[in-house]
Design a protein around this ligand. Sequence first.
Ligand code: SF4
Ligand code: SF4
Length: 392
Amino acid sequence: MPLDTYKFHDIIHRCFRCGYCKFPTNWMDVNNCPPYARFRMEPYSCGGRLWLTRAWLNEIIDWSNHLAEILYSCTTCRNCEIKCPLGFNVDIVNMVVAARGEMVEQGKLPPAVKKFLENIDLYGNPYGNARSKRGAWMEGAPIEQYDGQEYLYYVGCTGSYDTRAQNSSKTLGILLDKAGVSFGVLGSEENCDGNEVEKLGEAGLFEVLAEDNMARFNDLGVKKIITLSPHAYNAMKNLYPRLGGNFQVFHYTQILLELIKAGKLDLSKGFNAKTAYHDPCYLGRWNGQYETPRELLETVPSLKLIEMEKNRDGALCCGGGAGNFEIDLLGGSESSPARRRVREAAALGANVLAVACPKCLIMLEDAVKSEELEDTLAVKDIVEIVAGACCT
Ligand code: SF4
Ligand code: SF4
């Protein structure tokens, strides 16, 4: 058993299944643990998952694919860490990750998780797409290869390969160029950031990816990084320093806000829409960035920002975290967290649901289609909203 699992083995029994971890900040319902919201069964809640894990570690129950799927359905959104009143709350996700590490160690993974990790190992992305195609998204845009510019613009797997998210990647490159920012990208030289790999319990592969990225960044003299995705932001800001990484890391919303404040982008065209903002877990609960995206939206003329009841540290995760944007253990039902989330925005009368994460973008846009809300609600990345308001 890995060391971490031993450590958490000793505290996992402290969960007494009060169930507080399922609620949002305003206690409005019990649906803020995404897998519980999807399945409405106690084993899928945070406390239930901890008890099941404990039973498995104590050899009271045997491993099964269903048990593994329950463990991997946790999106690592951290709602439970905010809501659990007990002192061990800071280690809840660590316990889930350690138990997953034990499953990785034993080679007992749900097939979709295994495939996700194998693809990253072989191709540097979870989709199994060719490494040589990683830079195809920037075709026709004024974006250069990194060669000592002030910033490295790190795009990430979803922004590089997903056809919907590619629009965000390209739009951000165009805006940075327009504002005169000195930046470059790695194109086909870019590798997976490893955030999801770490959260899926594959610590060895995570280290390989992080070391590979850091060696490339250091060879090229990279000091400052702009990320499209909050997941990459989290990996490079919080995980790489543990392995010796020393980079200044920014999420793109921080950079765009500064550029607008400095008068480098003219938004006078405006964006006329009643807009709700969905907090991505890896920007919000993982990194405390609640206000910057809202401030950014508020700089856009004509945009009316409205708040969903579940907001900031009480936001409902889109269900895509910890690889679930691709592994998809939470989809296929009107109870799926992404569908719940778009219904919440629609009920508020929002015309636009703004996101700041390519994974939230694809999850919520798919949910809008499933809910047949395309005529009334559009999902847009904040970078697309800023670009729409920008005068040429
Ligand atoms: S994790 Fe915390 S909040 Fe959730 S059931 Fe256990 S003790 Fe209660
Ligand atoms: S991190 Fe999120 S998905 Fe995982 S148990 Fe906690 S609330 Fe549920």
